[in-house]
Ligand binder design. Structure first.
Ligand SMILES: Nc1ncnc2c1ncn2[C@@H]1O[C@H](COP(=O)(O)OP(=O)(O)OP(=O)(O)O)[C@@H](O)[C@H]1O
Ligand SMILES: [Mg+2]
Length: 261
C-alpha cells in the first residue's frame, strides 16, 4: 500500500491494507471472543459474549433484525471498538491482524475503475495477473475490462468476492452478501463461496437471514438474541450438501429457534 496512491474512499472500500505478503498456502486462523460487550449509549447490543471459532471453520450467524450480527462482524473486523472484552485473532489483538476482509450486501465497487482495477485495488499494475486469475475463478474473465455499471447485480457481487479474496485473507467476513440476489444466482454464489473456501481454507463468518443458506454452507450456526448466543447448531452434513431429510429437519429446527426469539 505504502507506494501506491489510494483515495480515502478507496481506502474505506479496501477495509484493511495488507502489508504482509503471504504464501499461497496461508490458511484460516482461529478467533477467540471473550466477555465482549458493546453499548451504543444506553442501548446494549452485545453482552458478555464468548465465542471460539476454529481456524478454517465456516460459521453462520442468524438472528432477528437488530440483534447485533453486523455489529459483531464490525468488531471482529476492527472497524469498531468494543465497550469491553477481547477479540483475539490467532492469539493476537484484532488490530494486529491485517488479513481480514469483509464482503457486504452491496458490492461497493468504485464506478470510475474497471472491474479488474476494482479487484486489483491498492495493488500495482504488475500484480494485475492475480486479479485476472481470480476473475476467471468467479466466472468474470470476459467482463474484466468493463465498468461496474455494465455488470448485473450477481456479477458485481462476484467481482466483490474476487476483490475480497485477492489478498488470500485468513478471515472472510460476509454480511448478508447474497441478500439482494435472486434465488438462482444466490444458489450459484453459495456454491462459489463454498468452493473458494474449500480451496483457500480461510475462516469464514457469514451473517444471513436465510436459514437454508446457513445450513447449506456452515459447519456451525449460532443464533444471536438479546446480545447473547441463544443457541448453537452443529451442521454435521457431508459436502456438497443435498437438500435431503436431514437437511430440512435441521433447517426447520434452526428456523423454529429463530422464530421463538
Ligand atoms: N453506530 C450506531 N449507533 C447507534 N446504534 C447503533 C449503531 N450501529 C448499530 N446500532 C444499533 O445496534 C443494534 C444492532 O445493530 P446491527 O446492525 O448489528 O443489527 P443486525 O443484527 O445486523 O440487524 P439486521 O439483520 O437488520 O442487519 C441496533 O439496535 C442498531 O440500532
Ligand atoms: Mg446487519
Amino acid at each position: 500500500m505504502s507506494n501506491l496512491s489510494v483515495t480515502h474512499l478507496e481506502q474505506q472500500v479496501l477495509t484493511r491494507s495488507s502489508p504482509v505478503a503471504h504464501t499461497p498456502d496461508a490458511k484460516g486462523i482461529e478467533i477467540q471472543i471473550k466477555k465482549l460487550h458493546k453499548y451504543y449509549g444506553q442501548v446494549t447490543v452485545l453482552e458478555n459474549l464468548d465465542l471460539d471459532i476454529r481456524a478454517g471453520e465456516f460459521l453462520a450467524i442468524v438472528g432477528r433484525s437488530g440483534c447485533g450480527k453486523s455489529t459483531l462482524l464490525r468488531l471482529i473486523a476492527d472497524l469498531e471498538q468494543s465497550s469491553s472484552g477481547q477479540i483475539y485473532l490467532n492469539g493476537q489483538n484484532a488490530s494486529h491482524e491485517p488479513d481480514v476482509r469483509v464482503m457486504f450486501q452491496d458490492p461497493r465497487l468504485l464506478p470510475w475503475r474497471s472491474v479488474v482495477d476494482n479487484v486489483n485495488l491498492g495493488r500495482s499494475k504488475a500484480e494485475k495477473v492475480q486479479a485476472f486469475t481470480l476473475l476467471e475463478k468467479v466466472g468474470l474473465k470476459e467482463k474484466s475490462q468493463l465498468w461496474p455499471t455494465q455488470l448485473s447485480g450477481g456479477q458485481r457481487q462476484r467481482a466483490a468476492l474476487a476483490r475480497a479474496l485477492l489478498h488470500r485473507p485468513k478471515v472472510l467476513l460476509l454480511d448478508e452478501p447474497l441478500g439482494a440476489l435472486d434465488a438462482l444466482t444466490r444458489l450459484d454464489m453459495q456454491q462459489l463461496i463454498e468452493n473458494l473456501w474449500l480451496d483457500q481454507g480461510f475462516t469464514a463468518i457469514l451473517v444471513t437471514h436465510d436459514v437454508s443458506e446457513a445450513v447449506q454452507l456452515a459447519d456451525r450456526i449460532i443464533l444471536l438474541n438479546r446480545g447473547e448466543i441463544e443457541s448453537q447448531f452443529a451442521v454435521n452434513l457431508p459436502r456438497p450438501r443435498q437438500k435431503n431429510t436431514a437437511f430440512t429437519q435441521l433447517e426447520q429446527r434452526v428456523l423454529n429457534a429463530v422464530l421463538a426469539t
